[in-house]
Design a protein around this ligand. Structure first.
Ligand SMILES: C[S@@+](CC[C@H](N)C(=O)[O-])C[C@H]1O[C@@H](n2cnc3c(N)ncnc32)[C@H](O)[C@@H]1O
Length: 155
């Protein structure tokens, strides 16, 4: 993200101090003139100011979550975004043929490390965007197993 938008002020949020340490290490290695700030917080309640961002990006987070947490995070994203801001969500694509064709024992193995996968696969993503105050998202596949959904704030 920072390579694409080198002049943007970026804030990264994660619940895991371990992931934040890795992120800080990686960004320091790149010696950017404008490194991101890393915040240890739940994405449902970041503590960041209202209407202070143009883009909120959730990368590979929602498949880890119960549906209620995803809904709360989308509402928090709506609070953080300025008018015309966007929410982008990159994650596993429940409609991917890779999952449809996966042998049941592999899927069971996957679920043993991803306990909320059933909730994620049955989440109505479009409805979750709309009820949190976004327009209908555009959804594109970005790998055989992943998709990205992007929507602008509504109003
Ligand atoms: C599969 S990792 C993806 C990490 C990173 N976003 C990336 O793309 O490399 C999922 C991350 O979601 C974080 N996470 C899970 N639930 C969260 C929550 N409620 N708030 C913030 N971060 C959360 C985990 O700590 C973990 O770092």
């Amino acid at each position: 993200m920072q390579q694409i938008y080198p002049d943007a002020t970026m804030v990264g949020v994660d619940l895991s101090p371990y992931f934040l340490a890795i992120a800080a290490y990686n960004t320091n290695q790149k010696s950017s003139h404008n490194p991101p700030t890393w915040v240890h917080a739940p994405a449902e309640a970041t503590g960041l100011p209202d209407h202070s961002f143009d883009l909120v990006s959730l990368c590979l987070v929602c498949h880890e979550l119960p549906q209620e947490a995803t809904r709360n995070i989308f509402e928090e994203a709506r609070r953080l975004l300025r008018p015309n801001g966007h929410l982008a969500v990159m994650d596993m694509n429940p409609k991917s043929e890779v999952f449809a064709k996966m042998p049941p024992y592999i899927l069971t193995l996957l679920k043993s490390t991803e306990p909320y996968l059933d909730q994620y696969f049955t989440l109505d993503l479009v409805e979750t965007f709309k009820s949190a105050g976004f327009h209908t998202p555009t959804i594109v596949c970005n790998s055989p197993r992943h998709h990205t959904a992007i929507a602008k704030v509504n109003g």
